[in-house]
Ligand binder design. Structure first.
Ligand SMILES: O=C(O)C(=O)C[C@]1(C(=O)O)C=C[C@@H](O)C=C1
Length: 360
């Protein structure tokens, strides 16, 4: 798949002056619930109503969705409010039913994106439709797998595509339900700047209090839209109660969020930016040269070690370097996490250089 301006076509057609907002409950519970939320959202920034009909749950015994019946409720919500409707599909049968009920946006969930077989089955079932299809990242932080799923749909001639970032599972508990690993959606944007990218702060957060901050980060990173789980009575929602917010909170959030432009054409801004970018270019050049010089010295040490048959890894020396650099990092306003990442990468490169010399 190539990056093309046309990838943004469906989003541009909405003609929005704000990010695309997809709001609605985690799960459709009753017809009244779906309609009530749709009516509360209809005159807001939310263009699209979402509701899960089939819910993949981690463990059996939890509410697994109302099934196809909910599609009728969504359809009715669309007729009554004019909102577009969207739901998750996880197999070809779901696709057929969603198409029958004229669902406008179908999304593929994280647990489905991991399986190329199922994604292919869904792509085949969607062939020939002009529906919008959004692909959530796989549960594991694997960009090629995410892209692979999008490409399967693209190859099935589905033109209206987008990606949803919902964070990645981790074994260790963090403040997030699913770790955002922002580097991965940034990488996706670098490769496909025109592919619409939507953030799902609800699944990243897993809790209400950090949803706003996640949305702001997404907008700071140039995301095109937000999919936010919304329920008029979040505490009593049948699924994901902790991470849903009320429609009025969503409305207020859209007022409070700072919406960023992708750039600015004013001369003052462009000049100041160019000056600063030139400074960065000079420093980046120096960084690369310095790293190259450092590796040459490591090569020299490699030759010494080869002649004296000494092991490459010298943990004591390495730990001394790390300790010193963390302190110097602090003095230069660099976090320990960053310094460790950079120096571990430098160490690995140095080891690779020496391995070549010793084994030549
Ligand atoms: O000091 C050494 O022995 C080196 O080979 C250099 C170096 C480094 O790059 O700083 C590389 C490998 C060792 O584990 C320790 C340090």
């Amino acid at each position: 798949m190539e990056n093309k301006k046309e990838l943004r076509g469906w989003l541009n057609d909405f003609g929005l002056s704000h990010p695309l907002v997809i709001g609605g409950p985690c799960s459709a519970e009753t017809e009244e619930q779906v309609l009530k939320i749709a009516h509360e959202l209809k005159d807001t920034d939310a263009t699209v109503l979402r509701a899960g009909i089939w819910k993949p749950r981690t463990r059996p015994g939890n509410f697994e969705g109302v099934g196809a019946l909910g599609l009728k409720w969504l359809k009715r919500a669309k007729e009554e409010t004019g909102m577009l409707i969207s739901t998750e599909v996880a197999n070809s049968n779901h696709v057929d039913l969603a198409l029958e009920h004229d669902v406008d946006i179908l999304w593929i969930g994280a647990r489905t994106t991991v399986s190329p077989f199922i994604v292919q089955e869904i792509a085949d079932a969607l062939k020939g439709t002009d529906k919008i299809v959004l692909v959530k990242n796989p549960v594991n932080p694997d960009l090629p797998l995410w892209l692979g799923a999008i490409e399967r749909l693209y190859s099935a001639d589905i033109q209206k595509l987008g990606a949803i970032h919902r964070g990645f599972s981790t074994y260790e508990k963090t403040r997030y339900r699913n770790n955002p690993n922002w580097q991965i959606p940034i990488e996706l944007q670098n490769r496909f700047p025109d592919l619409p990218l939507i953030c799902d702060p609800s699944h990243i957060a897993g809790r209400r209090d950090i949803i706003f901050d996640i949305c702001q980060t997404a907008l700071d990173l140039n995301f095109d839209g937000l999919m936010v789980e919304t329920h008029y009575d979040p505490d009593n929602a049948w699924s994901d109660a902790k991470q849903q917010i009320t429609p009025s909170t969503l409305i207020q959030m859209m007022v409070d969020l700072k919406i960023r432009k992708s750039t600015d054409t004013e001369a003052d801004y462009r000049n100041a930016l160019n000056t600063l970018r030139t400074q960065i270019d000079v420093l980046d050049h120096q960084l690369i040269e310095t790293l190259g010089r450092r590796m040459k010295i490591a090569d020299g040490i490699g030759e010494l070690k080869r002649d004296k048959n000494v092991a490459i890894l010298q943990s004591r020396r390495w730990n001394e370097i790390l300790g010193k650099m963390i302190l110097e990092g602090e003095e230069n306003n660099l976090s320990e996490e960053f310094v460790l990442k950079v120096f571990k990468a430098i160490h690995q490169e140095s080891i690779n250089h020496q391995k070549k010399i010793i084994n030549a």
